[in-house]
Design a protein around this ligand. Structure first.
Ligand SMILES: [Ca+2]
Ligand SMILES: [Ca+2]
Length: 309
């Protein structure tokens, strides 16, 4: 009995320390061996192009057509084309490959998540480009050619991806709108918004005129310490001392919709805005009534005193 209790406590502690990664098959492995190398578990190509799922199970890691790279984790990873040079445009105009997956559970509204994935540039690719990011979406991510989505986490513009030796990380914090349950990784920009250059003296045969990157270990983990807040002041002292000089909200949330209206004591509207970064310095001294609606559903009402002296 005593042993069982100790075991239970240990197990409980393990789950406490490690927040759950919401990405299924995060290491991009063939979890069902007989499917290798044709059907990867969970992951798919959202634009139906030939995304490569490379694994030692089919002899495609660490050496493959595109370069040499040991997996960051496990025995496999993914390989995608993120840009094709002008030499390929007659055959492959605006050609892109992506990898996508449905999360284990949807993201929760106003929660903060750490989003990251590993990448390494394939050494046989003749071109390098700067675009690589991850999209989080409520609806399934799909389309053809360049997928029309704005990545929430991405490599900085103008920084070319060139490291073909190490695994590097693209990561960022993401405050969820709630309901996001699909992700995709790749270059979501057309050629005229992608910075690219031919940089290899001796590229390989297969990837000579395009950019090719390996992707491994994708992680989306909730930050348990993040607490969303919204502070609304009830006093404005518009005297230029930099303290309470205007009526504005303080928040760490990003509202998808926002409205604020301010009324004087006779009920006349004196200010309105749809920007959550609004600032109202007050008309004349007095007491005003405000109404703030966030995400079209939550309404906050109250009084604000304006003092001018
Ligand atoms: Ca892997
Ligand atoms: Ca390499």
């Amino acid at each position: 009995m005593k042993i069982s209790l100790t075991f239970f406590l240990s197990l409980h502690c393990i789950f406490c320390i490690h927040a759950q990664n919401l990405v299924p098959n995060p290491s991009i492995e063939f979890l069902t061996p007989y499917r290798c190398p044709y059907l990867i578990d969970n992951w798919y190509s959202p634009n139906s192009e030939t995304t490569d799922f490379l694994s030692a199970c089919s002899g495609q890691t660490p050496v493959n057509y595109f370069g040499i790279q040991n997996p960051f984790d496990g025995i496999g990873y993914c390989g995608i084309r993120t840009y094709s040079g002008p030499e390929e445009w007659s055959v492959y105009p605006q050609y892109r490959e992506y990898l996508a997956v449905k999360l284990i559970q949807p993201l929760e509204r106003d929660s903060k998540y750490k989003v990251s994935f590993k990448y390494s540039v394939a050494e046989n690719a003749g071109y390098t480009c700067d675009r690589l990011g991850i999209v989080l979406s409520e609806d399934p991510i799909q389309g053809s050619g360049v997928l029309n989505y704005m990545p929430q986490i991405e490599n900085p513009t103008g920084i070319f991806l060139t490291d073909s030796v190490n695994w590097n990380t693209i990561s960022g914090d993401y405050i969820a709108n709630g309901g996001e349950q699909f992700i995709a990784i790749g270059n979501f920009y057309p050629d005229n918004q992608t910075h690219a250059m031919y940089y290899k003296a001796n590229p390989g045969i297969y990837a000579k005129y395009y950019t090719y990157v390996y992707i491994d270990y994708v992680e989306i983990v909730k930050d348990p310490d993040y607490i969303p807040y919204l502070l609304i002041p009830n006093l404005v002292t518009a005297n230029g001392d930099q303290m309470n000089d205007s009526f504005k909200i303080s928040t760490n949330r990003n509202f998808t919709a926002f409205e604020v209206s301010i009324y004087n004591c006779w009920g006349a509207k004196v200010f309105e805005s749809t920007s959550q970064t609004f600032e109202w310095t007050g008309d004349t001294m007095g007491v005003y009534y405000y109404q703030i609606t966030t995400n079209k559903s939550n309404t906050y009402k109250g009084w604000v005193h304006v003092i001018k002296q």
